[in-house]
Unconditional design. Structure first.
Length: 244
């Protein structure tokens, strides 16, 4: 019961998540803090650590905690259990400093080589914090986890034939492919492009991770998706592109 509640709440939060850390950061607003990963020596030479030292006042020798207009997390040379404690300390710091906005980079996923599948779960307590911005890489990891949990529930309580009933025949092969390859999609059918709380375009099926939609409900919906950077594909073209 607790697991079900956890995944339902997480799914609701990440589906409406819009506080992504920008992929490129060259400057900070007055209240923003750059959160980066470094080594245990705080050498601040590589990747985001180098940027933190060069542009945001991070001091050499600081490996954990606030420094300049940044916050350091030791990710190189530490175990996941150690990093978990450092992230817990950061989460507490963020909760106690709501006047600041924390831009969390994909710590541990660059030179540290830990990967989002290991690091993202450590930050799950920050997902609902309005003053913490997380990288899209982490949010996609949460969505994937929610999808895998949902799929397990479907396997226990339903089957693919029941899911297919929610979609037109033209895209059944796509739905089967997504289901078999653990690619997140709405099993109940439908995909909406949102602007805040307003639905501005809809399609029968969408793959958010690839920005692809199938069967928009109208020509105007199709144009809105395209204008927002989505590809509108047929089921046949999608299958060919992924099997070639």
């Amino acid at each position: 019961m607790m697991e079900e509640l956890y995944y339902k709440l997480l799914n609701d939060v990440v589906n409406g998540y819009n506080r992504y850390t920008p992929e490129r950061i060259s400057s900070l607003r007055q209240s923003q803090v750059f959160v980066f990963g470094t080594d245990l020596q705080g050498s601040q030479k590589l990747g985001a650590a180098g940027l933190a030292a060069k542009s945001f006042g991070a001091k050499v020798g600081v490996s954990n905690g606030p420094t300049g207009r940044a916050y350091a997390l030791p990710t190189r040379g530490v175990s996941i259990s150690q990093l978990q404690q450092y992230v817990a300390d950061f989460e507490l710091y963020a909760r106690n400093h709501t006047e600041l906005q924390f831009l969390v980079t994909a710590v541990g996923c660059g030179h540290a080589g830990l990967g989002a599948e290991k690091v993202a779960p450590l930050f799950v307590g920050c997902v609902a914090l309005c003053n913490v911005f997380l990288p899209k890489l982490f949010i996609m990891a949460y969505k994937r986890d929610c999808h895998l949990w949902q799929k397990k529930q479907y396997k226990d309580n339903t089957n693919i034939s029941q899911i297919l009933e929610n979609f037109s025949n033209e895209i059944h092969e796509v739905v089967k492919y997504l289901y078999e390859h653990n690619i997140p999609f709405n099993h109940e059918g439908g995909y909406a492009l949102m602007e805040g709380t307003k639905v501005c375009a809809e399609a029968e099926l969408g793959i958010e991770s690839e920005k692809i939609v199938f069967m928009p409900f109208s020509d105007s919906d199709k144009q809105r998706f395209i204008a927002s950077g989505y590809k509108v594909m047929t089921g046949k073209d999608f299958i060919i592109s992924h099997r070639s």
